[in-house]
Structures are given as structure tokens and as C-alpha cells.
Design a protein around this ligand. Structure first.
Ligand code: NAI
Length: 304
């Protein structure tokens, strides 16, 4: 099976460098028309320049592809709307959105200024929300859309010094879970990518020989599987150095404690049953958990 994007329009945020650049080049090489978005700031989000995005556009055009650059700050909805409008004016549709733009403001939580927490949330969370909001009606109206969130192992599992970044990266998964439910009717599929790659974001964290193994292209292969025609839905794909895995959220079957026995002592006494992974399952929506507990309660009432 060959993965192609002919006739499709893709927006890749933060595509002036690193992973976004690699995603944009690969999408264009496989037929997509690409909006190369980048604010062009430093790794901590300071500054701005249109040069990085324009350079990627030149590279796509030199390879025979079609692309436009846009310097929208994803944290600013009016700038994002302008970017989406430019794509619509030029190509009349938006099929793919890869929410990739990101910054770091690492510090232990004890030393972190709230402003550093807020800015990281603004770029990763509100950036993904703004871009998704600006394409959502377009995708609904055309009955087609593929959206990729960029999460991180730092959010899913934690990482010292990244409470802000971790919170933001986990938030986009919560955002994805509801979009999946609301977009299903319109063939809008929303997935998440958890990358590990040698980019300027990680360049001072690992030695050069390790960074060389962590190519952006290995991650991009995963990103493209999450936004093509036959993409999965609500999938968290982890990718790095040629390794690919999936992260999933499961809930144990749990146990029931009747009203007259509900107490912290009873919860502690039942801990093994609560944690028993024997019949754990992935829930299709939040309502699934309420239904499970009500079913237990009703079964108890019937047998009482
Ligand atoms: P990078 O720093 O090379 O690229 C990020 C790009 O986003 C930059 O070109 C930057 O100018 C742009 N950007 C930042 N703020 C922006 C804004 N407000 N509006 C528009 N563009 C903005 O970093 P990298 O590694 O390519 O990161 C891409 C994504 O992957 C990020 O979301 C990052 O958090 C995520 N990620 C990367 C990992 C890695 O190992 N490199 C690990 C886990 C997640």
C-alpha cells in the first residue's frame, strides 16, 4: 500500500525546524499541498522570524511540491484564522492538521515562574485548540479531516523539570478524546504522536551519536500513518529511532462497595480487587465508567 496525499491540503504547525519540517517535507513529497507554519522563535518561545518557514517552502518547491509559509503564532487565534483563510483562498480545503509547534521552559516546579507554566500551556494546549478550532468547521463541512496532536512521554509518564510541558502534553490527549467522539460523524479522525527525536529541543540532552540515531524521519513515518485516508482514530503512536509502540489507557473492572459500607477503610480493604488487572478494558468514552459503576450498583440492588 502506498500512502499518498494527492489533492489534499495539510497544515503543519512549527514546521520551520525539527519534526514539523520533516513532516511537511514528507507530506509534500507524497503529493500534499502544505502550509508551513512557524513563528520562528527560539526554543523557549522568545523572538520571531519568518525565515525558517520560508526556507522549508523553498525546499518543497525545489523538489517540485507546493507550499506556502505562514508565521502565525499558534497561541493567537486571529493569526491562526488568517493562516487557515490563506490556505482556503489558495486551495479551497484543509484535510490535515498536524499540531506540532512547541516550546520548552524547563525548571523544577519549585523554581518555576507561573508565567513559564502559562506560556507553555498557551503554545501547546491553546495552540492546538486554536488551530483545531479554525479548521473544525471546514472539516465538518467537507466530511473529512485528519488531525494529529503531538504529545510526549514527559506528559504521559512525567519528566523531572517539565511539570508545565508534561501538563500541556497530557492536556492535548484529553482534547483528542472528545474530538474523536464529536468528529466521528464527519469522518474526522484525531490521533496523537509521541515522538523522540534529535532536534534543537533535545540537542543538549543527549550525546551527538545518540541524537543521530533519533532521526526526525523515523517519527515522520509514524506521523503520516496517523493522518492519511485509512488512519486509525484515537490512537497514541510512540515513535523514535525506528522503534514504534502504542500507549493506551486502560481501567480495571473494579469492585462494588455497598452504601452502608462505603468508607476509606473499605476502599483500602478492597485495594487488591480495585487494582486487579485481570479484566481491565479501554473505555470508549467517559460515560463508560459511569455505566460500569451503575451496572455494579444495580446488580447489587437486584441481589440484595
Ligand atoms: P523544534 O524546537 O525543533 O521545533 C518546534 C518548532 O515550533 C520551532 O520551529 C518553533 O519555531 C515552532 N514554534 C514554537 N512556538 C510556536 C508558536 N507559538 N507558533 C508557531 N510555531 C511555533 O522542536 P521539535 O523537537 O521538532 O518539536 C516538535 C514537537 O514535538 C513539539 O510539540 C514537541 O513538544 C514535540 N516533542 C518533541 C520531542 C523530541 O524528542 N524532539 C519529544 C516529545 C515531544
Amino acid at each position: 500500500m502506498s500512502v499518498r496525499f494527492d489533492g489534499q491540503v495539510a497544515i503543519v504547525t512549527g514546521a520551520g525546524n525539527g519534526l514539523g519540517k520533516s513532516h511537511a517535507l514528507a507530506l509534500a513529497a507524497r503529493g500534499a499541498k502544505v502550509v508551513v507554519n512557524d513563528l520562528g522563535g527560539a526554543r523557549d518561545g522568545s523572538g520571531a522570524s519568518s525565515e525558517a518557514a520560508q526556507e522549508v517552502v523553498r525546499e518543497i518547491e525545489a523538489n517540485g511540491g507546493e507550499a506556502i509559509a505562514h508565521g502565525a503564532n499558534v497561541a493567537k487565534y486571529d493569526e491562526v484564522q488568517d493562516m487557515v483563510q490563506q490556505a482556503m483562498d489558495k486551495w479551497g480545503r484543509v484535510d490535515i492538521l498536524i499540531n506540532n509547534a512547541g516550546i520548552l521552559r524547563d525548571k523544577t516546579f519549585a523554581k518555576m515562574e507561573l508565567a513559564d507554566f502559562q506560556l507553555v500551556m498557551d503554545v501547546h494546549v491553546m495552540g492546538s485548540v486554536n488551530c483545531t478550532k479554525a479548521v473544525w468547521e471546514i472539516m465538518r463541512a467537507q466530511n473529512y479531516g485528519r488531525i494529529v496532536m503531538t504529545t510526549s512521554s514527559s506528559g504521559m509518564y512525567g519528566n523531572f523539570g517539565q511539570s508545565n510541558y508534561g501538563a500541556a502534553k497530557m492536556a492535548v490527549l484529553g482534547f483528542m478524546n472528545t474530538l474523536v467522539l464529536e468528529g466521528a460523524k464527519y469522518d474526522i479522525r484525531v490521533n496523537a504522536l509521541s515522538p523522540t527525536a534529535g532536534t534543537r529541543m533535545t540537542e543538549d540532552l543527549m550525546p551527538p551519536e545518540i541524537l543521530e540515531m533519533l532521526t526526525p524521519e523515523a517519527v515522520t513515518a509514524g506521523a503520516l500513518t496517523l493522518c492519511h485516508k485509512d488512519a486509525p482514530n484515537r490512537f497514541i503512536l510512540c515513535a523514535g529511532a525506528g522503534g514504534y509502540a502504542s500507549t493506551r489507557l486502560f481501567e480495571t473492572a473494579g469492585t462494588f462497595i455497598p452504601a452502608d459500607e462505603q468508607s476509606p477503610e473499605a476502599v483500602i480493604e478492597n485495594w487488591d480487587k480495585i487494582c486487579d488487572q485481570g479484566a481491565q478494558a479501554e473505555l470508549a468514552s467517559g460515560a463508560g465508567q459511569t455505566e460500569k459503576f451503575l451496572t455494579m450498583a444495580m446488580a447489587h440492588t437486584e441481589t440484595a
